[in-house]
Ligand binder design. Sequence first.
Ligand code: HEC
Length: 104
Amino acid sequence: MPRFAMMSTLAALVAAPAMAEIPAPRATELEHMVIQDCGSCHGLTRKGGLGSPLTPAALSHAEPEGLALIILDGVPETAMPPWRPLLTEEEALWIADYLLKVDP
Ligand code: HEC
């Protein structure tokens, strides 16, 4: 591989946050969804409401894979609905990463 190509590959790896791969426009939609839809129960700033707080601090002990499963399947016997009809597994993982890494 020519040296410049390798350099730009490395730069891309460093620049990209370690989040699930989602096209930028879809990521913007998901971010809106977190604020609007999830926010209706978890609070616009994710500090909690009917649902528990979803800030990086509140979720610091959670694994992204576990959160993604909760997002996909909901929590039985609670108001937390399953989002599987609306999200792919990749997208749920992206949201989990977002909740864990991005402060509201
Ligand atoms: C209708 C209300 C409602 C909506 C909308 C909702 N949630 Fe929830 N969610 C809850 C409730 C209630 C719980 C707490 C369940 C429990 O008691 O364990 C919860 C729990 C969770 C948990 C587990 C938190 C933890 O500390 O284990 C995650 C993650 C979560 N929700 C993410 C989301 C995401 C992401 C969305 C939007 C795609 C969303 N929720 C939308 C009500 C909601």
